[in-house]
Design a protein around this ligand. Structure first.
Ligand code: SF4
Length: 316
């Protein structure tokens, strides 16, 4: 399934790239709608005439302009992370739902180091439903909150066996009834195991969409609705991967690497993090094992001759 998923992702990224090439040039927004909020962005814009290099302050950004800016950000991220995918390892919907529950409060890497032993011992919902909790706890200990997680994965396995014939259901309303499964986990499963569009509002997604001022909402369900309204449904799953990958690699919570960010010209929060290109470069996070399939351009590629963030490639 992983292999098929990557092929699908590659095809989808390719399609997005060619669609981008074919798209007509975008009209620059009217000058009167352009006001520049962040000081550093203002300084950058002075030297760069094209409107495409201007950050749009959401305060006076029209709905249409917001939709365009949001979709441009997603297109740029699709180029930077063409193979963005869920970073949890799984071979079937059961493994994905369990791995997603285990990923709470820990890293996907840690979960990926833990699940092979779990699924080797308990390959099906029936096996896990009948497991000795203490033995499961021992396996899950490295993921943190292992007692609660053990309860959840055994509980959800029992529910799968008793209510869904041992199969993971493909409907949101059924998934959210499973112990330990909220809307976030449900959308991960729907989008990646069933190919049904869903927005995954995790901690990265929440932080980034607020930085981009796509929405001021703080409740995950409201964020999901607000962001969903900016994009066609067919974009939702890939959009979630792009945003989460960007949050993990460049736009970190404490030290966003603004000086090495490919979407700096479209970001109202530019300057919230390190803007010096060399210092920003050091903040980029390369996880253990590298960036599978990732095509992150070198940070210099995002800067113009004056060392200011350049317009995104292919923009305008
Ligand atoms: S790294 Fe900086 S410029 Fe890039 S998206 Fe985050 S806040 Fe915006």
């Amino acid at each position: 399934m992983k292999k098929a998923a990557s092929v699908k992702k590659a095809a989808s990224a390719k399609k997005a790239a060619s669609a981008k090439k074919a798209a007509p040039a975008r009209k620059a927004p009217a000058a009167k709608k352009v006001t520049v909020a962040p000081k550093k962005a203002t300084a950058r814009v002075k030297g760069a005439a094209p409107a495409k290099a201007v950050v749009h302050p959401p305060g006076d950004e029209s709905r249409t302009a917001l939709v365009r800016r949001a979709r441009r950000i997603n297109r740029e991220l699709a180029e930077v992370y063409p193979y963005a995918h869920p970073e949890l390892d799984f071979d079937n919907p059961f493994q994905l739902v369990v791995a997603t529950v285990l990923s709470a409060q820990t890293t996907d890497l840690r979960v990926n180091q833990t699940t092979p032993a779990l699924f080797a011992k308990y390959p099906t919902p029936e096996d896990l439903a009948a497991a000795n909790p203490e033995e499961v706890e021992e396996i899950l200990r490295p993921t943190g909150f292992f007692r609660a997680k053990t309860k959840s994965v055994i509980g959800l396995s029992k529910a799968l066996v008793e209510e869904f014939g041992g199969e993971v259901p493909g409907r949101l309303e059924d998934l959210v009834k499973l112990p330990g499964v909220g809307r976030k986990t449900a959308f991960v499963v729907l989008g990646n195991a069933f190919g049904r569009p869903g927005i995954t509002v995790d901690t990265h997604f929440q932080r980034l969409v607020r930085r981009w001022q796509w929405t001021a909402e703080t409740d995950p369900d409201k964020i999901e609705a607000a962001v969903g309204a900016l994009f066609p449904k067919s974009d939702w799953t890939d959009l979630s991967h792009h945003v989460i990958w960007h949050g993990r690699r460049i736009c970190h919570a404490r030290k966003p690497a603004c000086g090495a960010c490919p979407i700096a010209p479209l970001c109202p929060a530019y300057g919230e993090g390190e803007t010096d290109p060399e210092k920003a470069k050091k903040l980029l996070k390369y996880e253990k094992g590298g960036f599978p399939g990732q095509r992150l351009r070198p940070p210099q590629a995002y800067l113009d001759a004056g060392g200011k963030p350049a317009p995104p490639l292919g923009a305008g």
